[in-house]
Design a binder for this molecule. Structure first.
Ligand code: ADP
Ligand code: MG
Length: 614
């Protein structure tokens, strides 16, 4: 007797489900994507126990015809694709025709749907078998309720993490789908509490407000950069509004949330050295291109996407961000920082305000808004999370947003600084017609030096200077081997090592930009970089050395500068590509605008007071 037989359909569905439906969030993703494909303008997602008890998706889309309901729940049935040609021109989100069959095979599923808003059909499935089908009533659209997920595949449940993790993933998915569709209103309710609620009025910044909150949305800049083939637009946070990881960089490709490492990096690259080391921006980048240039079907969850012209798209993104930032005055406002700092101190430790802390204020005073929940978050805290109160606030938000994001007079480029004096041997005082400034002398010097060295280090054939006495360097065997391998990296900045016996090297010349008297320590530090990171790229190596050299050269705080030197430093600073931060990301200067001074001396009313009393 033959042993080969066809798998029972329930079993093959469950196997397929294992790929598509990993956890409650995957159910939310597939069903919400179907609602979007069905041209819904409102999608309501109601979840209990992080989706393990129930998930309900209610949309006002086109609905499913009564005759199609059973067909839709068969594997590989779809209304979205019928030819090869379609496969390469997918504009809708789903097209594998697996989701409904998969979800139904691992849950108890009910669908109520109407194509005309008059007659509706209700069908109940359990583990993929149709239990009941009857006529019903509802408005045009579809409601799918998924209960007892994985009830018949307990092994799956093992992969489900804590309730908080699962809820986090659901929120994350809804956020991403909402960002891709500002024209659709999404509302996510968990245990009766709103977690996401977007306006659906096709305004991306308001959608961002519905996801990250209004404060963040108002600390973002809009940008656009397009050419004949690619249209890029989006929002990115000011360099002082950052997060500790890159997951707040969202990429939307033709309305679909995607992951793409290279493009996320392009966002970061756009900031140049304006970000603190180890901090990442918040950004939503919307990319529109011809669907034939995309290979979407790379991964079953369809998130990691390959693009034909990634490098070029990345350049459009980073260039767009760079250009926008170059038009902005990024000097931290002393008064705003002081106000914020005060509120933080009131909560934490009532201490004297120190200017040293100002650079950190943004990161302290605004806790990361996401993950909204983590494994430690209690459901009560979750409930307390104020994302949206009421949609009618949206129009009020809209107004506030426009007000808060509209460029102010000072929001232009770098001011002309006139040197006044030095305090504590550390800070330079300067004025401009707009206000006065405290400049961190050491940070300013580091910035000016850094830009000098970055240019020098980038030059292909660095001018060499002969050493009077060659420098001999000894390294242990293992390190010598690595150094020998890494010679091309060292040579990329003009450092030439000649073999000098088994474990030794000799250096006869060095680039002219070395600091006199520090040749050997400089060379040793450079070699340390390749020893500490054997995979270091030429670009990263150059960057590290530019920072190292700028530190070496920079004047130390407390060192007195005479007036001429100080004025010269300010003059050089104003010519810097990024005069706002030192290469480590600390601020170079802070501003006390004329307006701030008038407020502090109570010559004028605080603008907030006036707005509130209107
Ligand atoms: P796919 O989305 O890949 O086509 P699914 O299994 O997710 O496959 O859905 C099967 C079909 O059911 C869809 O092609 C669509 O015609 C229909 N459908 C599913 N959900 C909805 C919905 N919310 N509104 C209208 N039609 C739907
Ligand atoms: Mg689908």
């Amino acid at each position: 007797m033959g042993l080969i037989h066809e798998l029972p359909v329930e079993l093959s569905n469950q196997i397929a489900a294992g790929e598509v439906i990993e956890r409650p969030a995957s159910v939310v993703k597939e069903l919400v994507e179907n609602a979007i494909d069905a041209k819904a303008t409102q999608v309501l997602i109601t979840v209990h126990q992080s989706g393990l008890r129930s998930i309900e998706i209610n949309d006002n889309g086109v609905g499913i015809a009564a005759d199609d309901v059973e067909i839709a729940f068969q594997p590989h049935t779809t209304s979205k694709i019928s030819t090869d040609h379609d496969l390469f021109n997918v504009k809708t989100l789903g097209f594998r025709g697996e989701a409904l069959a998969s979800i139904a095979s691992v849950s108890k599923l009910t669908v109520v749907t109407s194509v005309d808003g008059k007659s509706a059909v209700k069908a109940e499935f359990s583990g993929n078998s149709l239990l009941k089908k009857e006529t019903h009533a509802r408005s045009k659209g579809t409601t799918i309720t998924v209960e007892d997920l994985f009830f018949n595949t307990p092994a799956r449940l093992k992969y489900v993490k804590s309730l908080h993790t699962e809820l986090n993933k659901i929120v994350d998915i809804v956020d991403r789908l909402a960002m891709g569709h500002p024209e659709i209103s999404f509302r996510l309710i968990h245990e009766g509490k709103d977690l996401v609620w977007t306006s659906g009025n096709d305004n991306l910044q308001q959608t961002i407000a519905g996801i990250y909150g209004r404060t963040i949305a108002s600390h973002m800049y809009a940008f656009e950069n397009s050419d004949a083939d690619y249209q890029i637009k989006g929002f990115f946070s000011k360099p002082d509004t950052t997060r500790s990881n890159r997951s707040y960089i969202s990429l939307i490709l033709n309305g679909r949330y995607i992951r793409n490492y290279q493009l996320a990096n392009a966002v970061i690259r756009g900031y140049g050295s304006k970000l603190m080391i180890g901090r990442f921006p918040i950004a939503v980048i919307d990319i529109t291109l011809d669907p034939s240039l995309v290979d979407i079907n790379v991964h079953p969850t369809k998130q990691e996407v390959r693009l034909t012209n990634e490098g070029h798209i990345g350049d459009l993104i980073s260039e767009g961000i760079r250009q926008k930032l170059s038009t902005k005055n990024l000097i931290p406002d002393a008064v705003k920082n002081l106000e914020r700092k005060t509120t933080v101190d009131q909560v934490e430790k009532p201490e004297q305000i120190s200017f040293d802390d100002l650079s950190m204020v943004d990161h302290i005073s605004e806790p990361d808004p996401k993950p909204i929940v983590n494994d430690e978050t209690s459901i009560d805290e979750l409930r307390a999370h104020p994302i949206f109160d009421d949609p009618k606030h949206l129009s009020a938000w809209d107004k506030r947003l426009k007000e808060e994001t509209k460029p102010t007079d000072s929001d232009s480029s770098f001011p002309e600084l006139h040197y006044i004096g030095q305090i504590h041997g550390t800070y330079l005082v300067a004025e401009s017609p707009e206000g006065f400034y405290l400049v961190d002398q050491h940070a300013a010097q580091e910035r000016v030096n850094y830009e000098y060295y970055r240019q020098k280090i980038g030059e292909v054939a660095a001018d060499q200077q002969r050493l009077l006495v060659p420098i001999v360097l000894d390294y242990p065997n293992s390190e010598s081997i690595l150094i020998r391998e890494k010679k091309p990296v060292l040579e990329s900045i003009g450092l030439y090592l000649d073999d000098f016996g088994q474990n030794s090297f000799v250096v006869n010349t060095h680039p002219t930009w070395f600091v006199a008297g520090q040749e050997e320590s400089t060379i040793r530090e450079m070699i340390d970089y390749v020893l500490n990171d054997s995979k270091i790229s030429v670009a990263a190596f150059r960057e590290k050395n530019a920072i190292m050299m700028s530190c070496k050269r920079a004047i130390k705080a407390n060192q007195h500068l005479d007036d001429k030197q100080a004025a010269f430093l300010l003059q050089n600073l104003s010519k810097a590509e990024n005069p706002y931060n030192c290469p480590h990301g600390r601020p170079v200067l802070i501003e006390f605008s004329n307006r701030d001074l008038e407020k502090m001396f109570k010559r004028i009313q605080d603008s907030h007071d006036t707005r509130e009393s209107e």
